[in-house]
Design a protein around this ligand. Structure first.
Ligand SMILES: NC(=O)c1ccc[n+]([C@@H]2O[C@H](COP(=O)([O-])OP(=O)(O)OC[C@H]3O[C@@H](n4cnc5c(N)ncnc54)[C@H](O)[C@@H]3O)[C@@H](O)[C@H]2O)c1
Ligand SMILES: C[C@@H](O)[C@H](N)C(=O)O
Length: 343
């Protein structure tokens, strides 16, 4: 099977690898669509993300969906022909975190495209059947693949307890910020503000329904939020840029008693925060790491037409053109590139 392998930074090789056989609890999936995530691009460019280092050739891609072609002997809820979205993180199911229900925090998780685990830029993936979610007729496999970033958005909104009538400020209008926008609307937020430093990203966010957009290179964010919220501040702030100034700004623009959710990964682990301000204003700060129990919700939201994910796709490429696709994905105005396979 054709497989795009990252052999060294900035270089994929297309290899012919043996097709895997599904284990007794697995499904074998013919991959149809795989999104290019910022983390894939980071591994491609730098060969590492923090402590995760690409030491051996690695298959990238963790936003994937396809068609079941074979099922293991114990699998009863899938059959060949089913179209499925694959949740990329499979936990050990045994550790303390898994047993208390926080399976996304499992330290032994097998997460696609995170060294040393291979991902989905390949023709076939064998994957645990309970981490494959059936897509109804109305949901495309491209949308199925984008259940992954949508899941990040749903989990962030759940962490922030976004609710009906809330004003949500999202910093960073990349794919994650835009998926938080979708999830926040679905959770009942009536006012959504997005920030960015790239004008095109903000125009796009506006087209996708942001009530207010703020270019933080030109406009004072505190003043803009104060004006929009009559001096109160946002109920929930979701940080989705990873930029240090943006992380710092979150506690200035959240309302007293409000919630800050940190999703963006700062390049420096330590970002100075005024803790007295946090205490005085009784701000809740939550980290948000990947997601748990979001795929069923993501598929239902897509089936009900409650969210749009396909609209963020800028281009689709074939597996053979993956180097070009990654270079395109690095352009600052591009939101999402997809690799589509027609095996
Ligand atoms: N916690 C998690 O589970 C999780 C999951 C996925 C991604 N992430 C992280 O979330 C962040 C967003 O992911 P993405 O794929 O959308 O990244 P991205 O780089 O595509 O988007 C980030 C956006 O932030 C904008 N930005 C840069 N500086 C800014 C500033 N000072 N203020 C406002 N916006 C600014 C950029 O122009 C860009 O549009 C990244 O840091 C990524 O690593 C975290
Ligand atoms: C969650 C996922 O989108 C992210 N890129 C990660 O590897 O953690």
């Amino acid at each position: 099977m054709r497989t795009a392998v990252l052999v060294e930074p900035n270089e994929f090789e297309l290899e012919d690898r043996p097709r895997p056989s599904p284990g007794p609890d697995d499904v074998l999936v013919a991959v149809r669509d795989v999104g290019i995530c910022g983390s894939d691009v980071h591994y491609y460019e730098h060969g590492r993300i923090g402590d995760y280092v690409v030491e051996d050739p690695l298959v990238l891609g963790h936003e994937s969906a396809g068609e079941v072609v074979e099922v293991g002997e114990n699998v009863t809820h899938h059959e060949p022909g089913d179209r499925v979205a694959l949740e990329p993180g499979v936990p050990c199911r045994r550790c303390a975190h898994c047993k208390r229900g926080d399976y996304h925090l499992c330290e032994k998780v097998t997460f696609m495209a995170t060294p040393p685990h291979d991902g989905a830029f390949t023709e076939y993936v064998s994957w645990p059947a309970d981490f494959a979610y059936t897509l109804p007729e109305s949901v495309s496999t491209a949308e199925g693949a984008l259940c992954e970033p949508l899941s990040v958005g749903i989990h962030a909104c759940r962490r922030g307890s976004v609710g009906t009538g809330d004003t949500v400020l999202i910093t960073g209008a990349g794919p994650i910020g835009l998926m938080v926008l979708e999830a926040a609307r679905a959770a009942g937020a009536t006012d959504v503000i997005l920030t960015d430093v790239v004008e095109e990203k903000l125009e796009f966010a506006k087209e996708r329904g942001a009530d207010l957009t703020v270019d933080v290179t030109e406009t004072d964010l505190d003043a803009a939020v104060a004006e929009y919220t009559d001096g109160v501040g946002a109920d929930v702030v979701v940080e989705a840029s990873g930029a240090e100034p943006s992380i710092k700004s979150t506690i200035d623009v959240v309302r007293r008693g409000g919630t800050v959710v940190l999703v963006g990964l700062a390049s420096e682990a330590e970002v100075p925060i005024d803790v007295l301000e946090l205490i005085d204003n009784e701000v809740d700060v939550h980290g948000s790491f990947r997601y748990k129990n979001t795929y069923d919700a993501a598929v239902d939201l897509l089936a009900d037409g409650e969210v749009d994910v396909e609209g963020i796709i800028d281009f689709e490429s074939e597996l053979e053109d993956i180097d070009d696709a990654f270079r395109r994905a690095m352009e600052p105005t591009v939101v999402k590139g997809m690799i589509s396979l027609d095996s």
